[in-house]
Design a protein around this ligand. Structure first.
Ligand SMILES: [Zn+2]
Length: 405
């Protein structure tokens, strides 16, 4: 996957270097396989249109930086759409609002034939061959789960494949983020560290069993905004081969001023590449999250402009193939690989089965079985034992209980 062939466009039959030549005269780029990690269109749909999709046409939409025609013009093949609800909803209606934002993304991604909702790397690859724009759903801010791992699991079932641990508010579980990260690893949900404090990001970098991303953050060395990533964290990141920083385009994070140029943005790419290499970089974007983007890069149709700038700066075809697609796919695939073994070692054992086992094996009275169940909570069973069942390591029940014989 590292030879750049993924940038080959089967429709227009040209490679990126042929495009480079064409770009001398034509500012048009055919990158039909590019993945972009962060887009806040759903937030804008709520703010401007109250999520009333019947009243708008997403092919051409004003007041936003993202619509289908501009995604097509920008040759966006995969877009991760963010679900963001205000921190003010924490402890109130955050879960409901999160569900409503997931709903609006699912509707646009299933009702418009240009889009396809995807939940795995296989589906993502398949959507490319169909000429669709693949939609991934991410949650921005751990307050959305309202301290509930069951809510997290249900969001996964609805198609969410990434979540940033925080936004601009602490969560009640901030000191227990390892439990949430463990569950995200187990589910196969990408852990996103954009918006977390540097200390939390470092702790999670060293804890997570699966690759993590900064979905929309740039270099703190170039612009010392706390939303960017300092060199010492980048150094921790690069020790993990598959992990990723996906560069944010928002002007104040790029130039540390209200306005920025494409050159400012390219400086972040150049710096991070020089520091940790192109294999750790992706494209963050953040369109429709902020309001000020570099001149000439104001909406999603302009993505090729940054590619053109990096080509001018002698980035290779392989570098760009990695940054535009391969790196993100690799992270997602690694996250899926971690999920599978973790997912299969869990099983649900009903209390009835435990009771039956107790009575047959030990001829135990029910009270002893209850004691065993409570011991299972703290030992062999990795999760809670609610009313009727324990979630335990997927071992034969005799093995699970062996320690208690
Ligand atoms: Zn953000």
């Amino acid at each position: 996957m590292g030879n750049g062939s993924i940038l080959f466009n089967p429709i227009h039959n040209c490679t990126i270097f042929e495009i480079k030549n064409k770009m001398l005269n034509v500012p048009f780029l055919t990158l039909s396989s590019s993945c972009y990690s962060h887009n806040d269109l759903a937030l804008r749909l709520r703010i401007h249109y109250n999520n009333q999709l019947s009243k708008i046409n997403l092919t051409h939409l004003t007041r936003v930086a993202t619509d289908i025609s501009r995604l097509r013009a920008g040759h966006v093949q995969t877009q991760m759409f963010a679900v963001y609800v205000l921190c003010g909803a924490q402890h109130m209606d955050a879960v409901r609002l999160t569900l409503e934002q997931i709903d609006v993304i699912r509707r646009i991604c299933t009702e418009y034939p240009d889009f396809e909702l995807v939940t795995s790397t296989q589906e993502l690859r398949d959507s490319m061959t169909k000429g669709k724009i693949a939609c991934l759903i991410s949650i921005e801010g751990g307050h959305s789960i309202d301290s509930s791992l069951p809510a997290l699991r249900m969001f996964y079932q609805l198609g969410v494949r990434s979540m940033s641990l925080t936004h601009s508010c602490n969560t009640p579980w901030y000191s227990k983020e390892h439990a949430v990260v463990d569950e995200m690893n187990r589910l196969g949900m990408i852990v996103d560290l954009s918006h977390t404090s540097f200390e939390t990001a470092s702790a999670v970098l060293n804890h997570s069993k699966a690759p993590v991303i900064f979905s929309h953050s740039s270099s703190y060395m170039i612009c010392n905004n706390p939303r960017n990533v300092p060199d010492w964290l980048l150094q921790e990141l690069v020790r993990k081969p598959a992990w990723l920083i996906m560069v944010n385009f928002y002007s104040p994070f790029i130039s540390c001023q209200k306005k920025a140029t494409v050159s400012h943005l390219a400086d972040h790419f150049d710096y991070i590449k020089g520091f940790i290499g192109a294999k750790s970089i992706g494209i963050g974007g953040d369109f429709d999250g902020g309001t000020s983007f570099p001149v000439g890069l104001e909406d999603v149709s302009k993505y090729p402009v940054i590619v053109q700038e990096l080509l001018k700066r002698n980035w290779t075809e392989e570098d760009l193939a990695d940054v535009l697609r391969n790196n993100f796919l690799r992270v997602f695939e690694e996250v899926e690989k971690v999920r599978i073994p973790l997912y299969t070692v869990y099983t649900i054992i009903s209390h009835n089965r435990i009771n039956l086992f107790c009575s047959q094996k030990f001829n135990s009275p029910p009270s002893l079985c209850l004691t065993l169940i409570s011991k299972l909570k703290s030992k062999a069973c990795v999760s809670f034992c609610p009313m009727l069942e324990c979630i335990c390591m997927s071992l034969p029940i005799t093995t699970v209980l062996a320690g208690y014989e």
